[in-house]
Design a protein around this ligand. Sequence first.
Ligand SMILES: Cc1ncc(COP(=O)(O)O)c(C=O)c1O
Length: 420
Amino acid sequence: MNGFSTRAIRAATRAPRVDQQPNSVPIYQSVTFSSTDVDELAEILTEQRPGYAYARIANPTGETLAAAIAELHGAEEGFVFATGMAAIHAALLSVLTAGDRIVCTRAVYGSTRSLLANVLGGIGIRTEFVDATDLASTEAALAAEPTRVLYVETISNPTIVVADLEALAKLAHGHGAILIVDNTFASPYLCRPLELGADLVVESATKFIGGHSDVLAGVAVGNRERIARLRAIQTDTGASLAPFAAFLVLRGLTTLALRMERHSAMAEALATWLERQSGVDRVYHPALPSHPQASIARRQLRLGGGMLAFELAGGRPAGRAFIDALTIPERTASLGSIHTIVAHPPSTTHRQLSDAEIAAAGIAPGLLRCSVGLEDLDDLLADFAQALEAARDAASTEAAPEVTGAEPAESAEPAAAVRP
Ligand SMILES: Cc1ncc(COP(=O)(O)O)c(C=O)c1O
């Protein structure tokens, strides 16, 4: 008979046989998976047959999530990552090498901009930032030099610019480039960019897909060949999604439609109400008729989504007073959660910049970005009403420096420092 430790190790790691289908996906908390013989192991490791060997390469819980996301996007295949940034990084590296060129929308998430400008820029991949709502100038940038990738966000962070994916896919393909779309603000419930011509779609599943601010994850979907290239990058760079994280995202996915319906209805109601309040200069939400890309949004998005942005007339002091007066929303950095989260970039991520500098970054001093949660609308309206009063008081007691023409527009430089 074997000794105690040998018996303990074998007895305590013997997975049960389960003949009935569990109703949630098990968390396969195992880094290694044993093959029956060395040939099987070799074939799995060299991808000659499907199977599991080492969890950095593949884990059943993560693969279940990847397949679910792919199905919801109408994609041939999907792949999952530890974070949204890891998905974006792998997607870009799966198509780019030193000397290549990207054309990217200026209305892009700050870390993506930094990845392109600093990380990929540092290894000889050049990015030209354009106003992707101006199709003529985007086409001119694509035509100027050979370009591998056109990169945009379905709805941009933080300025809520809506990209015309169908038109941009045609432009990209006409110039030999592929279109990569970050669909984080929309989620597959609001938009399926592959059906509009995109070649690869990436999302931070940390946001609406996970939906509860309790898990970091990223996803990418596309055709079999593109996802195989992405998988190869991931195997060697290693931002693997942990099985428990995959389980949480799978659970989020089951209620994504319900949550997006409510996020969208709440955000639209709040945006409509904000447009009528004194002290509010501009409101940006894709479902508002006043949105600069309202007709594209109507065509391309099932609903307006849970993200909105608005500018307070009183500039920085008003924005700061507004956010400090709120009692329901969380003062934090993320989005796409059960909680309403309000961010005032000029007094947080951009506080070191002058009003002129943040205006150059496309951000008005009184700009607030709001991720509308799932609380009761009347409670949020009452809270926003009292916070607006605090903002108006702050604006009248402090002489706020006036910066005009600082719409968070796609034509302005993007917010270099805006993070989640
Ligand atoms: C549009 C967008 N893309 C990507 C990311 C990165 O996601 P993660 O924090 O999961 O890496 C974020 C984060 O806020 C985002 O807003």
